[in-house]
Design a protein around this ligand. Structure first.
Ligand SMILES: Cc1ncc(COP(=O)(O)O)c(C=O)c1O
Length: 348
């Protein structure tokens, strides 16, 4: 019953096999390997963007920060939500890689921003001439850090506001596949067709060992990104091992089927939890992350039975009936048995 994070899941066998196969021979280093050429073609096809500039890095923090470093000037501000990974979980890497850009926080409890809240935040910045920050990129996450999912209309409206102010739009897609599967849309629809300029396309959480793709829809960003990646220490010499993971992940749309598996396990859990009288959901969470509350006594029983997940609210000690909020995350490797065991403990 491992629901602490999709980062705790293993590597899918097809990706491990691809790594073993890539271990043969002496191909060129630093991304000049033949597998990377295939990855570039395949990602361009996947995103229906034949001109896109495509790169690989090993962590989501590197992908986000290097993209933002390319999109933002040091004197600009990046519009994002308070719960965004770039604000809460990257130890100021975006500020570091941009050379000092700041973050302007806007959004609501469900870790989303709306076109209206974004517009308000943009209008409040860039009003003090050289004395204040200049308006910079907008950064969104889908699936959000609260497990919610922006639908295509919401994304399109945000994209329109960003374009109106001439600001680039970045999408943190650490769980890109889970969002695409939850929406039943294409990669293009959830990115450039909605006004997104650059995407971090996550692999690590969804069956890879450690690889994220960076996709810029405007190839003019390519050269600057390449220098920034090298300077930031994220150009891998034995790049073929990043390429091999991503190539296997893209082959036959494995990225979509693994995300669909993770979402299905999560929705099995969510549907059953919703039937339980003691359980409260604060948001609709249609992908592979659930936030829900139930009484402390029940959390204690679950922990004692071996369930792993994080608590997001409530105190360490207190009455048995105090509501505490849990975050549960499923992955490609979550089995129906794991979910059913968890539900069984909750029911009894
Ligand atoms: C929304 C989001 N973005 C990015 C990341 C990537 O982080 P890391 O640098 O740990 O790979 C994560 C990982 O938890 C995440 O949840």
């Amino acid at each position: 019953m491992f629901f602490a994070s999709d980062n705790t899941s293993g590597v899918h066998p097809r990706i491990l096999d691809a790594l073993v196969r890539a271990n043969d021979g002496y191909p060129p280093s630093y991304g000049d390997d033949a597998i990377m050429a295939r990855v570039r073609d395949r990602l361009r096809e996947t995103f229906e963007a034949p001109e896109a500039a495509v790169y690989l890095v090993a962590t989501g923090t590197a992908a986000n920060s290097l993209i933002l470093g390319t999109l933002a000037q040091p004197y600009e501000t990046i519009f994002c939500t308070p719960m965004s990974h770039i604000n809460e979980d990257e130890a100021n890497a975006p500020e570091f890689y941009t050379g000092g850009a700041k973050l302007t926080l806007t959004g609501t409890e469900d870790a989303k921003m709306s076109a209206a809240t974004l517009r308000k935040a943009i209008e409040a910045e860039g009003t003090r001439g050289v004395h204040g920050p200049k308006r910079g990129p907008v950064s969104l996450t889908n699936v959000t850090e609260r497990g919610t999912v922006y639908d295509l209309d919401e994304l399109g409206r945000i994209g329109t506001v960003a374009k109106e102010f001439g600001l680039p739009l970045h999408l943190d897609g650490a769980r890109f596949g889970n969002a695409v599967e939850a929406l039943g849309c294409t990669a293009a629809e959830m990115s450039w067709k909605a006004g997104v300029d650059a995407v971090s396309f996550g692999g690590t959480k969804s069956g890879c060992m450690g690889v994220e793709a960076v996709v810029f829809f405007d190839p003019a960003r390519a050269e600057e990104f390449e220098f920034r990646r090298k300077r930031g220490g994220h150009l891998f010499s034995k790049h073929r091992y990043l390429s091999a993971q991503m190539a296997a992940y893209l082959e036959d749309d494995l990225w979509r089927s693994l995300a669909a598996q993770a979402n299905a396990a999560c929705q099995r859990l969510a549907q059953a939890l919703k039937q339980m009288p003691d359980v409260r959901f604060s948001h609709d969470t249609p992908a592979n992350i659930i936030f829900a509350s139930w009484p402390r006594g029940l959390h204690e029983k679950l922990k004692a039975a071996g369930a792993h997940y994080h608590l997001y609210s409530g105190s360490e000690t207190g009455p048995e009936d105090e509501m505490q909020e849990a975050r549960l995350v499923t992955s490609w490797s979550t089995s129906e048995e794991d979910v059913d065991r968890f539900l069984e403990v909750m029911r009894h």
